[in-house]
Ligand binder design. Sequence first.
Ligand SMILES: [Zn+2]
Length: 129
Amino acid sequence: MSRIRSKDTKPEKLVRLFLFSRGFRYRKNDARLPGKPDIYLPKYKTVIFINGCFWHKHEGCVKFVWPKNNAEYWAKKIEGNVSRDKRNYAELSQMGLKVIVIWECELKKANFEFAMEKLVRSITSQDKQ
Ligand SMILES: [Zn+2]
């Protein structure tokens, strides 16, 4: 399993490429924003996180299963990530940014286009969250 928020992991790259091809312009991993969102679209006041299902605890997802070994370690680690995520999302919202979370499992090949159309709709719908 890969690291939590390594730069330019594959799913993030795919989403960025797609957005770029649609004419969206973004900053990646902007360190001035809480949680360094994978994608920040200044024009749309929107940030996007592409979350790994394991590391960010995608509940109900087949890709999220508690490891049997070192249960306590993992519980602490994963729940720590989850509460950090929540804090970051709240701070970003308070800054007036729309927060969109995409789970890695939504980006499977067969589903990718559907997920991207949904993403574009969420970005461009300008009702406040
Ligand atoms: Zn998932």
